[in-house]
Design a protein around this ligand. Structure first.
Ligand SMILES: CC(C)(COP(=O)(O)OP(=O)(O)OC[C@H]1O[C@@H](n2cnc3c(N)ncnc32)[C@H](O)[C@@H]1OP(=O)(O)O)[C@@H](O)C(=O)NCCC(=O)NCCS
Length: 162
């Protein structure tokens, strides 16, 4: 290697707000990761709404993952979280959740909730490690195969919301 030249370093991963310009990359990841993928219109309508926290994990302009979260009745609902297949198991999903917790901490709220397929062992493992606990089952929740959803909460919980 010529003197003074360094091998290109990998850009740092940063978790930042999702922008409309990220949606084309997000749609590619979504299409390859979900049995019932969100459409462009669904992403754009969430991005335009107040009371949402929508983040991407960005490495040098490449979107490696994203999380879509909406606040209803003082509870943050995690609607969608995906990491690009080749980059799973590297802590990116965890970083998206940690950034969500930080950003949500600025406003009073009753916690976080989500639904996850009962067969999705990887995601359930991650959520438990990040402080979510099981709060029941929604039978037949997923329209593509009739699978049950596990309901999970972090902070608060159904008994605290009324
Ligand atoms: C769920 C998802 C977002 C996690 O993202 P990620 O970047 O891989 O998550 P992390 O690397 O931060 O953590 C993954 C954890 O799950 C573990 N894990 C992965 N697959 C697993 C499996 N099949 N069984 C048990 N644990 C598993 C990893 O070892 C890691 O745990 P550790 O840190 O204690 O070792 C990602 O797998 C994904 O995009 N899945 C497809 C979409 C999806 O299912 N989204 C969730 C819908 S509710």
């Amino acid at each position: 290697m010529p003197r003074g030249k360094r091998p290109p370093s990998t850009p740092a991963l940063k978790v930042r707000e999702m922008r409309r310009g990220d949606v084309p990359q997000v749609l590619v990841i979504e299409a390859s990761s979900s049995a019932t993928p969100w459409t462009r219109a669904m992403f754009l309508s969430e991005l335009g709404r107040p009371g949402t926290i929508d983040l991407v994990a960005d490495r040098g302009g490449d979107v490696l993952g994203y999380i879509m979260v909406s606040r209803y009745a003082d509870v943050w609902h995690i609607l969608n979280v995906v990491v690009r297949q080749a980059h799973r198991g590297q802590g990116i999903g965890g970083q998206l959740l940690e950034e969500l917790f930080l950003r949500a901490a600025g406003k009073p709220h009753l916690g976080f909730t989500l639904e996850v397929r009962v067969s999705n062992a990887g995601a359930i493992h991650l959520y438990r490690r990040k402080g979510f606990v099981d709060h029941g089952i929604r039978p037949g929740y997923y329209s593509d195969n009739g699978e049950d959803a596990l309901i999970m909460w972090r902070g608060g919980g159904p008994e605290d919301t009324f």
